[in-house]
Design a protein around this ligand. Structure first.
Ligand code: GLU
Length: 477
């Protein structure tokens, strides 16, 4: 076999779905593993639903994930153009060839007629498919309809038989052509239909392996038939198992926003998403959950892809993200967090880079996303808003005395150092003869509005003397 060539072929009709991001990643890993080429092709033949804005967003997301392509609309390549809306003349040429060979024909059936046929077939318990009305339309009629300006589609002539495919993930799959019916390859507006443009491009772009979602399995026999009719050799196909929500329904909008963009905006690190997606439906072996891109490439094999659906587990993704956050280099983490701090409306005036870096370091174990961390940092800047547990602590008898004593003892410190916490709490303990929770909880609740959180010593350092006194004073009053 020649050099491996794979492609990711998104339709820019919406943001990149997390499942499509996995498809892109698997293609990328497959290409890298085999030293092949990874192509990006934009499938925008559906003029009404395709938007340049979505194309730009998809490209942004892929870049952000670090999936660089060798050929694509922005990069060019030997089979340019890579945007289907710019390849209409190629499709027209191929369709003329099929018409000339008698492998396709013009269909003048109206939408209403087709709908009637469809409903009738469903009522008869038959699989809905085109009934072949225009299949053998006499050329004279066809000509006269055209002269009258009757709109028409072009249909591919499907002959009886069986199409068999050795799918790289699912194994042997066979399709009965009888159930397919003659399908549209050119819409009445002159644009090429998805099935047609997709396989023509795969063939012309010398794609060797089509790796895509399971939802495209039923398109495969149609595409193999087209490819054979055009005397191409079909690529190999591998269909990835669906991704399901925890309710076992295909992952979709009803499970919340499942676009890659939304995960990015919530503050998932790309390393975490890449790792999580790489493991969706593919096992790298026991305990190999956190791998570098090189390790993912090295361990990638379609043989390892499960044929059953994968369930999207947000807890696992959060766990992976927490890991990458905790292990992120402090300066890098600070940089990544800045945007989230701004979005969370955190007023950073007067806070230097070092303070932000320290704050990030203090809270980095407290949330599993960057947006969550930003909320924690916010607590060091904005007025304390006690949650219900902290509120309960603050109302307990004796709490006010403890907070008051802390305030007075902190006032005696010239500045807050790493040793201040121990020294001050020893003095309060001696003064009031309280210890343990009764001593520490009021302080934490008054300073952070929470009953759990980062080490108190670090919290104190971050707040500084003035802010500590201010917060304790407020809690007392
Ligand atoms: N444009 C199709 C989609 O976005 C691509 C299908 C394929 O990969 O063949 O679903």
């Amino acid at each position: 076999m020649g050099k491996v060539r794979v492609r990711f072929a998104p339709s820019p009709t919406g943001y990149l779905h997390i499942g499509n991001a996995r498809t892109a990643l698997f293609n990328y890993l497959f290409a890298k593993k085999s030293g092949g080429a990874f192509i990006l092709r934009i499938e925008d033949t559906d003029r009404e639903r395709s938007k340049k804005e979505f194309e730009d967003e998809i490209i942004n997301d892929l870049r952000w994930l670090g999936l660089d392509w060798n050929e694509g609309p922005d990069k060019g390549g030997i089979f340019t153009p890579y945007r289907q809306s710019e390849r209409q003349d190629i499709y027209d040429h191929m369709i003329s060839q099929l018409l000339g060979d008698g492998k396709a024909y013009k269909c003048f059936c109206t939408e209403d007629e087709l709908e009637r046929i469809r409903l009738q077939q469903i009522a008869n318990g038959e699989p809905p498919r085109y009934n072949g009305k225009c299949r053998d339309l006499a050329p004279l009629f066809a000509r006269s309809y055209e002269v009258q300006g009757k709109p028409h589609t072009i249909r591919f002539r499907v002959e009886a038989g069986i199409v068999e495919v050795e799918d790289l993930v699912k194994g042997m799959v066979s399709f009965d052509c009888d159930k397919i019916g003659d399908f549209v390859i050119r819409r009445s507006d002159g644009t090429a239909a998805f099935n047609f443009a997709n396989i023509v491009d795969d063939s012309l772009m010398r794609v060797t392996h089509v790796i895509r979602g399971d939802d495209h399995l039923s398109n495969t026999p149609r595409q193999i038939l087209i490819s054979e009719a055009l005397r191409f050799i079909p690529p190999e196909f591998g269909h990835l198992p669906l991704i399901l929500g925890t309710d076992r329904a295909p992952l979709s909008k009803r499970h919340g926003d499942v676009s890659l963009k939304s995960f990015r905006e919530r503050g998932y690190l790309k390393e975490a998403l890449v790792n999580y997606l790489a493991h969706l439906g593919l096992s790298y072996g026991e305990g190999r959950d956190l791998l570098s891109m090189d390790e993912l490439i090295d361990g990638f094999s379609l043989d390892r892809v499960a044929s059953s659906p994968a369930v999207f587990d947000i807890d696992k993704l959060n766990w992976i993200n927490s890991h990458y956050i905790r292990n992120c280099e402090p300066r890098k983490l600070r940089g990544l967090l800045l945007l989230h701090l701004v979005k969370a409306g955190v007023n950073l005036a007067g806070k230097g880079e070092d303070w932000i870096e320290d704050a990030v370091d203090v809270v980095k174990g407290e949330a599993s996303t960057l947006a969550g961390l930003a909320e924690h940092i916010k607590m060091f800047i904005e007025e304390v808003q006690p949650d219900s547990e902290a509120h309960a602590v603050l109302k307990e008898t004796g709490t006010t005395e403890v907070i008051k004593a802390f305030k007075e003892e902190f006032e005696k410190e010239s500045s807050i150092t790493p040793g201040s916490y121990k020294a001050v709490s020893e003095r309060v303990k001696a003064r009031l003869a309280v210890k343990g929770k009764a001593l520490f909880m009021p302080l934490r609740a008054a300073l952070t509005g929470r009953t759990k959180g980062p080490e108190m010593e670090k919290v104190l350092m971050l707040l500084g003397k003035e802010e500590i006194i201010k917060r304790l004073q407020k809690a007392v009053s």
